[in-house]
Design a protein around this ligand. Structure first.
Ligand code: B12
Length: 447
């Protein structure tokens, strides 16, 4: 292996292959974190985003529309084998392959390529991405990391086409990977246990910067049966409120950005120590921005004070992790909220000034053995209490407590191929996918 003086590392956000995908404020936060860690150690980085909605060849769209959300460019492709019977189109979401090739050629040959991954069932998009990288740079090693690589490392080793699959967080092993594949050696200056010591994610690598994904904490103290947060982030780490406020001011002042999207697993856990001081600091500093929480916040954390602080600090799109309104039967999936706490939270939010359209409650649909009637009842309860129900189709995830039940309930062999865990096919429902179920729920929500 040649030893590089200062290596050039190319980072890549791969395509999504799916029945449906939409940019609901989705940014590869892990890759931007890695990019900035590398840069701060003198390593030259470049970046290609296969999902870039603002690629120079893509049809023009307004980056500020819908506070930064929007549709991906897409190309129809054949369905994966085993899913032919699903009556939906299947697409590659993101830029065209020839644009990707052109962008790769423009980079010049890198010393190492780092590819991230997100949803486990999106791995066919990762495979195609790596195939093209290999065809353009056959000599360059390719390392895969991210959520799919961590949740399904064996599958990724056997199927992704990468030379190496990193199944842990980059904070711990990034520089040993760089050394292994480029010979370039540095002593990391960061302590993985202290996230305030990291440089800000390298969001500036994007062609268009339209909102800021923000992490104020890592991990979650709950162990909900459907969620892999505990596996991915076993330790809860909180950033200092002042450090979070500084970061918000930095992006606002340096890039004029006003939409901030919280990626925390549990922003509203331990509010006295974490969220409240952050929100108070934002108000004290007179920062005027908007916050969005597509990943859902913890309902128990919302009392009159926190609701008021969130409203005054500019929370604009608020999603609550309700999952079910069948409070008497929820202990099988989680213990995070009671009926009383839910009602109290909604009252506090309305008293603080939030409108019905701003506050959505996620409801899980398609859990193993879940009857459609229970979802309908939950939708009804959420509507009657005066906020918006939002259906979230259940994704079975390895390393979660519900996984064995999901394997038993699914009509697919989800253990052998993650493509079958796609929530768009409602994989743990016994009967085959049909549009009637989806339309019935949509109608009920809109009625
Ligand atoms: C923020 C978030 C979102 C955001 C956007 C995320 C995005 N980037 O697109 C939003 C709210 C849009 C979202 C949506 C969904 N999400 Co989500 N999300 C998360 C969350 C909470 C954090 C992800 C994150 O950014 N972490 C912080 C960054 C820094 O970590 P990271 O990217 O993983 O990178 C680290 C490592 O993986 C590694 N790494 C990453 N890349 C690379 C590359 C290399 C080479 C190396 C060496 C290392 C490396 O190093 C990084 C630093 O440690 C995770 C849970 C979690 N704690 O991970 C769930 C999670 C990823 N989501 C999940 C799910 C199910 C969903 C939804 C399907 C929910 C639903 N039912 O609607 C949707 C679908 C998304 C879609 N269709 O677009 C599941 C994944 C399930 C799966 N099968 O893969 C998770 C794990 C939560 C869970 N339920 O357990 N999500």
């Amino acid at each position: 292996m040649p030893i590089c003086d200062t290596p050039h590392i190319l980072l890549i956000n791969p395509w999504i292959h799916d029945f449906a995908a939409y940019d609901f404020w989705a940014k590869p936060m892990g890759l931007f974190t890695i990019a900035s860690m590398l840069r701060h150690h003198g390593i030259q980085v470049s970046y290609i985003d296969c999902l870039d909605r603002f690629h120079p060849h893509a049809p023009k769209t307004d980056p500020g529309a819908r506070y930064g959300r929007g549709p991906y460019f897409k190309t129809r492709i054949p369905k994966p084998s085993g899913l032919y019977d699903v009556p939906r189109y299947f697409s590659r979401y993101g830029i065209k392959p020839q644009w990707f090739r052109e962008d790769l050629f423009k980079q010049g040959r890198p010393d190492l390529v780092l590819v991230t991954s997100l949803m486990t069932y999106w791995y066919p998009g990762v495979q195609e991405t790596i195939e093209i990288i290999r065809s353009v740079f056959p000599q360059t090693p390719v390392v895969l990391g991210g959520i799919y690589a961590r949740l399904c490392p064996e599958h990724a080793r056997n199927n992704s086409g990468a030379d190496y699959v990193a199944d842990g967080p980059a904070e711990k092993n990034l520089f040993s990977i760089v050394r292994q594949f480029t010979g370039y050696s540095v002593t990391p200056v960061y302590d993985p246990e202290h996230p305030d010591g990291y440089p800000y994610p390298a969001l500036d690598l994007q062609t268009t910067l339209n909102y800021v994904p923000l992490l104020t904490s890592r991990g979650c103290p709950f162990r909900c049966a459907y969620c892999a947060s505990r596996f991915l982030e076993p330790k809860r780490l909180l950033r200092r409120p002042e450090a979070v406020i500084d970061e918000i001011e930095y992006w606002q002042k340096a890039y004029g950005l006003s939409d901030f999207v919280l990626y925390d697993d549990a922003f509203l856990v331990d509010t006295d120590r974490h969220a409240n001081p952050i929100l108070e600091g934002i108000l004290r500093a007179g920062i005027k921005v908007r916050f969005h929480t597509p990943n859902a916040v913890h309902i128990r954390g919302i009392d009159a004070q926190t609701a008021r602080l969130m409203f005054e600090a500019g929370f604009t799109t608020l999603r609550l992790g309700l999952e079910t309104a069948e409070f008497d039967h929820r202990e099988k999936i989680d213990i995070k909220v009671s009926e009383h706490e839910f009602k109290r939270a909604v009252n506090c939010l309305r008293n603080a000034g939030f409108k019905k359209t701003q506050v959505g409650a996620y409801l899980l649909v398609g859990l193993p053995d879940q009857k459609l009637d229970t979802t309908k009842r939950s939708i009804d309860i959420v509507k009657r209490i005066g906020i918006t129900p939002i259906v979230a189709y259940y994704t079975p995830i390895p390393h979660t407590a519900l996984w064995p039940k999901a394997v038993a309930a699914s009509r697919y062999d989800i253990e052998s191929d993650p493509v079958f865990t796609n929530n768009a096919v409602i994989p743990c429902q016994k009967q085959p996918f049909n549009w009637e179920t989806i339309s019935e729920l949509k109608e009920l929500i809109n009625k």
